[in-house]
Design a protein around this ligand. Structure first.
Ligand code: E4P
Length: 215
C-alpha cells in the first residue's frame, strides 16, 4: 500500500520524503489556504520535493471549466495529478482529461462505492474515498472501502483507490485489511505511526542496561 501525505506544507513533505517511505502527496483547497501561500507556487515546490504524484484540485462547476483549469494545473509539473470533484460534470471532464489530454486525474470526495465505480468507469487514475467525513455521520467507512476494492477487483479496473480523510491508525489498518492501493494521511498521523510507548520503554531500558556493559 502506497503512502501519500495529505498536506500543502512543503517543509512537512521534505521531512516525510527524507524517510524514504513517501510515495506522493495530496492537497486540497483548505490545506493550500492554511499554507498562506500562492497555489501554483506551493504546488510547484512540493512537486520538486517528491518525485511521486502530487494532487492539486481544479475548481469549477462545468466540465469545460474543469478541463480548462486542469490543463493549467497539469502544466505546473510533470508529476501533478489533477483532483476533480465527484460530480457529473467532474466525471465528464475525467473522460476528456484522461482519454484525450493525457492528464492524470484523482476523483475526489467519493462517499459511496457506486460513486467510486463511476469514477473507475470514467477512467480516473485515482479515486479518493473519504473515510472520516463519512464516519462522522455514519460509521460505515470499513464497508465502503471493502466494497470499493471488490468493485475494482470484480471488473479489473486500473484506477488506484485512495483511502482519504484518515484520522486514526484504525483507519490505516482498515485500509490495509481492505487492500486499498493508497492511503493519504495527515502529517500528524504519518509521524505517529512510527511510534509506540512500548518501543520507547524497551529502547530506554536497553540504553540504560548498555551503560552497565563492560566495554
Ligand atoms: C484527500 O485527498 C483530501 O485532501 C482529503 O480527503 C480531505 O480530508 P479531510 O477530510 O481531512 O479534509
Amino acid at each position: 500500500m502506497k503512502i501519500f501525505l495529505d498536506t500543502a506544507d512543503a517543509e512537512t513533505v521534505r521531512k516525510a520524503q527524507a524517510t524514504g517511505l513517501l510515495d506522493g502527496v495530496t492537497t486540497n483547497p483548505t490545506k493550500v489556504a492554511q499554507s498562506g501561500r500562492k497555489f501554483r507556487e506551493v504546488v510547484a515546490e512540493i512537486c520538486g520535493i517528491t518525485p511521486g504524484p502530487v494532487s492539486a484540485e481544479a475548481m469549477g462547476e462545468t466540465a469545460e471549466q474543469l478541463i480548462a483549469e486542469a490543463q493549467q494545473i497539469a502544466a505546473i509539473a510533470p508529476n501533478v495529478v489533477v483532483k476533480i470533484p465527484m460530480t457529473m460534470a467532474g466525471l465528464t471532464a475525467v473522460g476528456v482529461l484522461e482519454g484525450e489530454k493525457n492528464i492524470r486525474v484523482n476523483v475526489t470526495m467519493a462517499f459511496s462505492s457506486t460513486q467510486a465505480y463511476l469514477a473507475m468507469k470514467a477512467g480516473a487514475s485515482y479515486v479518493s474515498i473519504v473515510l472520516s467525513r463519512l464516519d462522522a455521520i455514519a460509521n460505515e467507512s470499513d464497508i465502503l472501502i471493502e466494497d470499493a476494492v471488490t468493485v475494482k477487483q470484480n471488473f479489473g479496473f486500473l484506477t488506484e483507490i485512495i483511502g482519504a480523510s484518515l484520522k486514526t491508525q484504525n483507519h490505516v489498518l482498515s485500509c490495509l485489511r481492505a487492500g486499498v492501493d493508497v492511503v493519504t494521511i495527515p502529517e500528524g498521523l504519518f509521524f505517529q505511526m512510527f511510534e509506540h510507548p512500548l518501543t520507547d520503554a524497551a529502547l530506554a531500558q536497553f540504553a540504560e542496561d548498555w551503560e552497565k556493559v563492560p566495554k
